[in-house]
Design a protein around this ligand. Structure first.
Ligand SMILES: Cc1cc2nc3c(=O)[nH]c(=O)nc-3n(C[C@H](O)[C@H](O)[C@H](O)COP(=O)(O)OP(=O)(O)OC[C@H]3O[C@@H](n4cnc5c(N)ncnc54)[C@H](O)[C@@H]3O)c2cc1C
Length: 139
């Protein structure tokens, strides 16, 4: 059931993805802006060359890295590529992509005069401007 609330999530990294699922489960409308072309955040290594390096292996085992609502059958230390695949599978399970605006950077977050809602502005790489009002913003 819809709560009538609307939340903006900045970034489709580990935190943003897990947060989105919790919000959706609460019936909250979610819009996520992700500046890169795909999810994964720091583990989105590839074309975007984010902050990991080629030989990175996670320091926490897959049993603890996996979200409790999407446990893994693996019992190993994932490579960054395996973890990225896991996060992409998590998105598929919860159909998160339909809530994410990719290639779009949030440029402004401002508390509005009502002191209750937030104005969020973002710009896509193709020049499209986004402006919306949200009950809450998370990053
Ligand atoms: C080499 C290395 C190894 C690591 N190993 C582990 C590990 O084994 N276990 C572990 O738990 N943690 C590990 N970490 C820590 C890891 O960084 C965090 O667990 C995790 O990435 C945090 O997720 P996050 O979503 O908060 O941030 P990030 O992964 O940084 O995601 C942030 C997202 O926000 C997007 N974004 C940023 N600014 C904007 C904007 N203005 N508008 C739109 N989008 C924006 C980015 O593109 C990105 O997708 C490691 C980190 C590094 C660098």
């Amino acid at each position: 059931m819809s709560s009538g609330k609307r939340v903006c999530v900045i970034g489709g990294g580990t935190s943003g993805l897990a947060g989105m699922v919790q919000l959706i489960n609460e019936g909250i409308e979610v819009v996520c802006f992700e500046k890169e072309a795909r999810v994964g955040g720091i583990f989105n290594w590839g074309e975007d060359k984010n902050g990991v390096y080629d030989s990175v292996i996670l320091t926490i085992s897959s049993m603890l890295m996996a979200f409790s609502d999407f446990p893994s059958d693996d019992a190993k230390y994932w490579t960054h590529e395996e973890y990225l695949t896991y996060l992409q599978d998590y998105c598929k399970k919860y159909e998160l992509d339909k809530h994410i605006v990719f290639n779009t950077t949030v440029t402004k977050v401002e508390l509005r005069a009502d002191k209750k809602t937030w104005l969020v502005e973002a710009t896509s790489t193709d020049g499209t401007k986004h402006s919306g009002v949200y009950d809450s913003v998370g990053a």
